[in-house]
Design a protein around this ligand. Structure first.
Ligand code: PEP
Length: 248
């Protein structure tokens, strides 16, 4: 039985002092030990958010990470910087990073490998555009993203990974994929992992749905057999996140 994982993606929101206030507000609301709860926050918020989350079930994660160990990469954050302060999760390949910061399937793969090397669990994002969905190439496109993201990743590593299926047309738009659409793609992702590795790996890996998840849509989405939780943007910044975490 896979444990659900519900992660917030704060994006470029919340100053450090606002982050502390939000963690303090949400702490009692997300106190559900049945699911893994992760707040992926801007790099500058990681340390204060961790301090605020101490003693709670909240894991503080990062929104991005570079694939080199250290050096002349101005503005980047290294895996050792994250592990040094206790970060265990990192979002990789979010569609906003692909669109605005030139992330590619290849750089995502390098980051995934580096995250595993440092014992950080990657939350690997994939998802199609509206145009791709309308052209009927969603599954082919996502299979390609997954195959590249997992190049040279071992089965043991893959078992511990998290994949976030996030249709781009559903992110921040208020348009949630239907339950059937989300389940169909998450099942196809699991089938792809089964093919790349084996069924034991496919049934261990956790696959989230992301894209305008709300307190209203969470229960039905998370009840699907191949949806193991969610990656939540907008609604993770408000008390609603507590309802999403306690979706049952
Ligand atoms: C996201 O940023 O990963 C996301 C799914 O955002 P939203 O929930 O706001 O659509």
């Amino acid at each position: 039985m896979r444990k659900k994982i519900i992660a917030g993606n704060w994006k470029m929101n919340m100053t450090p002092s606002q982050a502390v206030a939000l963690v303090n507000e949400l702490k009692p609301l997300v106190a559900n030990e049945e699911v893994d709860v992760v707040f992926c926050v801007p790099a500058i918020d990681i340390i204060p958010a961790m301090e605020a989350a101490k003693g709670s079930n909240i894991n503080i994660g990062a929104e991005n990470m570079y694939f080199e160990e250290s050096g002349a990469y101005t503005g980047e954050i290294s895996p050792a910087m994250l592990t040094d302060v206790g970060v265990k999760y990192v979002v990789l390949g979010h569609s906003e990073r692909r669109e605005y910061f030139a992330e590619t399937d290849q750089t995502v793969n390098k980051k995934v490998l580096k995250a595993f090397e440092h014992g950080i669990t990657p939350i690997i994002c994939c998802g199609e555009t509206l145009e791709q969905r309308e052209q009927g190439v969603t599954i082919d496109f996502i299979r390609q993203q997954i195959k590249i993201a997992f190049l040279n990743v071992t089965a043991d590593q893959a078992k511990s990974a998290v994949i976030a299926y996030e249709p781009i047309w559903a992110i921040g738009t208020g348009k949630v994929a239907t339950t059937a659409q989300a389940q169909e793609v998450c099942a196809a992702i699991r089938a792809c992992i089964n093919e790349l590795y084996d069924e034991a790996t496919g049934s261990a890996i956790r696959i989230q749905y992301g894209g305008s998840v709300s307190a209203d849509s969470a229960a039905e989405l998370f009840a699907q057999p191949d949806i193991d939780g969610g990656l939540v943007g907008g609604a993770s910044l408000k008390a609603d996140f507590g309802k999403i975490v306690n979706y049952k």
